[in-house]
Design a protein around this ligand. Structure first.
Ligand code: SAM
Length: 109
């Protein structure tokens, strides 16, 4: 992959490749579940953007709530791993304003 110097993508990608993902949780962030009804009070909210999403399984939980989830990250390794594990179909678009290698993934309902 052709990373540009200084965009941080190489660093993060290597962290994921080497399994240095101490921030990654195997369960949904509990405050998200606790405050969900305040954050998404009704069905007028249909889409949610998860920035710097990594491989967080919060995205699966949000999709389970019926939302269209858009995850954005610069570490392609994290996104590839997440999509492999999530058991859902995702569409992929480039996100050039975030960096040359940035991708935006949207869950298909
Ligand atoms: C500490 S991890 C947290 C990941 C996720 N939010 C979680 O809770 O598991 C930070 C994440 O931010 C991503 N990141 C760092 N800089 C970014 C940028 N400029 N644009 C998009 N994502 C970025 C990294 O690739 C990494 O996945």
């Amino acid at each position: 992959m052709a990373y540009t110097a200084g965009d941080g993508a190489l660093y993060w990608d290597q962290e994921y490749r080497n399994g240095r993902t101490r921030w990654h949780r195997k369960h949904v962030h509990e405050p998200l579940v606790r405050h969900y009804k305040k954050l998404i009070p009704d069905r007028t909210v249909r889409r949610v953007l998860v920035t710097m999403c990594g491989m967080t399984i919060d995205m699966n939980w949000l999709a389970d709530q019926g939302l269209q989830v858009v995850g954005v990250d610069i570490a392609l390794q994290a996104l590839a791993q997440f999509m492999k594990d999530s058991g859902r179909e995702w569409t992929e678009q480039s996100a050039p304003k975030l960096g040359t290698e940035a991708k935006c993934f949207t869950v298909r309902r």
